[in-house]
Design a protein around this ligand. Structure first.
Ligand SMILES: Cc1ncc(COP(=O)(O)O)c(C=O)c1O
Length: 393
């Protein structure tokens, strides 16, 4: 990609995904980078060792393999630097531990991924940090919650399980006026459909476990920062020693090459199925921000360039028994956590953790990850689920 850097026309996203990261000419022309397994790196002499004056110094501080993926993510995110961590959850915890200190106040969106909330309510609180939640629809109203000691505003858009969209530019403006930094868990959109840093966010977080992996077999997280936050993020990452394993890093880089076309397929199938579900008896509503019926559709349309393959439906009344009847009747959809892989998944989600945005959805909320199967087969499977749900209560 180096040789085309000065050309005016930017590359299309699939061209970028195909070539970002490593330069094959660095490794004798091999298309893929080597998987460097390393703790020790040798120095040529004592002086170089004493000054650490060479590109690689120790396995935790980066290898050609981790550099290849970090550079690829930087190209996609438009970031000054990216660190790699062993899971999506550590991609959340590492920047929070890096940028917060005892006595600080942090704001989290109420529709946050539940393990992020658990980390905040337990470890951050124990470390003397005040944790507060805000309504996903707050927008510029965040200004009223910001205190003199607010250091971080944490966003996730759309929100986990219920898919509320946040007005990220409005939140960024108010947070920056108060000198707080904004972090965003951008896993749902991937940098293909939303680039947080272009909208003023300081730190963009991804569970690369999802779409970048694409095959439900790797755990990895990425944290990307703008110029202002990069030196501190890099320092915090090194201090915590939270590096990712080389084989996993390699698999994520491999996954990126096909992520564009996979996401197009997830997007198309998910929208087709979401629209079909909207017409079905037994479905009270479909929570998918790319649907015109979604209350925050205008924000999605304004800021995002696409939608991935996960959304929720609300069954028409009933409770756990009905949700379980629906799930147990499914044959293609697997019952399992996570998403972003090639296969379809379903889960009955709990919203019991919400504190400020408690809504009565009127029935069980089922999250659907739409995989790469044929949509006709998936629709037939969902028909079985709906038929079972209809007779459950
Ligand atoms: C929005 C979001 N962020 C982060 C994570 C954590 O990723 P991981 O499973 O790799 O820890 C998940 C996992 O489901 C998620 O849905």
């Amino acid at each position: 990609m180096e040789k085309n850097r000065d050309k005016k026309k930017p590359f299309g996203i699939n061209t970028l995904l195909t070539h970002c990261g490593n330069d094959p000419r660095d490794y004798h022309g091999f298309v893929n980078p080597p998987v460097v397994h390393a703790s020790t790196v040798l120095f040529p002499d004592a002086q170089t060792m004493a000054t650490r004056n060479q590109k690689y110094t120790y396995g935790t501080r980066g290898t050609p393999t981790s550099d290849a993926l970090a550079q690829a993510i930087d190209a996609l995110e438009g970031s000054a630097g990216t660190v790699l961590v062993p899971s999506g959850l550590t991609a959340v915890t590492v920047p929070l531990l890096t940028f917060l200190s005892a006595g600080d106040h942090v704001l989290f969106v109420d529709s946050i991924y539940n393990p992020t909330r658990h980390f905040a309510d337990t470890m951050l609180t124990r470390l003397g940090i005040t944790v507060e939640y805000y309504d996903p629809g707050i927008g510029a109203g965040i200004a009223e919650l910001i205190r003199p000691n607010t250091k971080v505003v944490f966003t996730e858009s759309p929100g986990s399980n219920t898919f509320e969209m946040q007005d990220i530019p409005a939140i960024v403006e108010k947070a920056h006026e108060a000198d707080a930094i904004v972090m965003m868990d951008n896993t749902w959109a991937t940098p293909l459909y939303f680039r947080p840093l272009d909208h003023g966010v300081d730190i963009s977080i991804h569970a690369a476990t999802k779409y970048p992996s694409g095959h439900s077999d790797v755990l990895l997280g990425t944290v990307s920062a703008n110029e202002r936050c990069w030196p501190r993020l890099l320092e915090g990452h090194g201090t915590l020693g939270m590096c990712a394993a080389p084989d996993d890093v390699y698999q994520i880089l491999r996954g990126l090459r096909t992520m564009g076309i996979r996401l197009e397929a997830h997007q198309k199938s998910a929208l087709e199925i979401a629209r079909w579900l909207e017409t079905q008896a037994g479905v009270a509503s479909v929570l998918h921000p790319a649907l015109e019926s979604h209350p925050d559709h205008a924000i999605w349309k304004r800021d995002f360039t696409g939608a991935s393959g996960i959304f929720s439906i609300v069954l028409d009344g009933g409770a756990k028994k009905k949700a379980h009847a629906f799930l147990d009747a499914l044959e293609i959809f697997g019952l399992g956590y996570s998403w972003g892989g090639f296969e379809s998944l379903a889960v009955h989600v709990s919203l019991a953790d919400r504190t400020v945005s408690r809504a009565d959805y009127g029935g069980p909320v089922i999250r659907l990850q739409i995989g790469l199967e044929d949509t006709g087969d998936l629709i037939a499977d969902l028909q079985k689920g709906l038929a079972a749900a209809a007779t459950a209560e």
